[in-house]
Design a protein around this ligand. Sequence first.
Ligand SMILES: C[S@@+](CC[C@H](N)C(=O)[O-])C[C@H]1O[C@@H](n2cnc3c(N)ncnc32)[C@H](O)[C@@H]1O
Length: 297
Amino acid sequence: MGNSKSRLRKERRRPSHNEQVTQNEETDRSQDLFMPESIKEIERTQYKYFLYKHIFECRFSPPIEDKLNEGTLVLDIGCGPGTWILDMASHYPCSEFYGFDIHEIYPTQIRPPNAHFKQANALDGLAFEKDTFELVRLASMAISFDELQYLEVIRDSLRILKPGGYIEIIETEDSFINEGPILRKFIESFKLLLARHDMDVKLSQKLDSLVSLSGFVNIQTDRRIIILNESEGGISGKLFMQLVDDFFQCSVTETFAADLGLSIEEYKEHWQVCKDEIVTYKTGLVLKKIWAQKNLI
Ligand SMILES: C[S@@+](CC[C@H](N)C(=O)[O-])C[C@H]1O[C@@H](n2cnc3c(N)ncnc32)[C@H](O)[C@@H]1O
């Protein structure tokens, strides 16, 4: 997959001499945070897929069920532990499912015969022939690419899709609904963390226009608001809150505590107060799915 597109690989801001140690530690922490390499992160990614499936009430949105039953080819970019591929491959045995990820965290041995995984970097270009796939999927990749990189990956997806094939993108929108003052501080800290790693905090809002700019047609979106408590948000709200809770309590703890000027203990107490605030304010999140078609001609 190595070609001229490797220029798209993220060049991080070079830290000053004084910043060096902290910056490097920060980068490592960020990678631990965003790359699901630990068992816990892998479990969280799997849990998230089944929750999203429950919320959207489907495995995918484009109208390609018949083609999947007849037999076609599908690709998942940044497939993580391969949860979607495994679910799809078991459900549509006549089709072939391909997933790749920069980290080898997908199953290498025990998998359905129509599920194929490989290790590759999407920023090196998508090493597939043009007009190959019926569906190309990108889920929760906004924290891995900047705007230009995301645009290139979407454009390259258009190339490898069959005429009439679909792209599907799933992301959580970057702002909360009914955000209280304590949560706002946590979010500011998260945005600072992203900005320090040259990540675009508003990228998820720009994806519709990137898809349109790339030449896709019939662009459709499905936005689901999930209120993060059981009485307002039902089982989805309860389970999504567990994801949010896990996120703020796991690997980000040290970074966020430092950003907020708190000790770890203080941070944990603060987060407990924040969780109560989320319930009181009826705080919610927005999950967004975009799908669009490659022109038939
Ligand atoms: C937040 S996870 C999402 C995983 C999966 N798409 C899902 O929704 O469950 C982001 C994934 O993208 C992978 N990733 C990040 N940068 C990548 C790149 N340049 N090429 C391929 N995979 C990448 C990470 O290793 C990680 O598994």
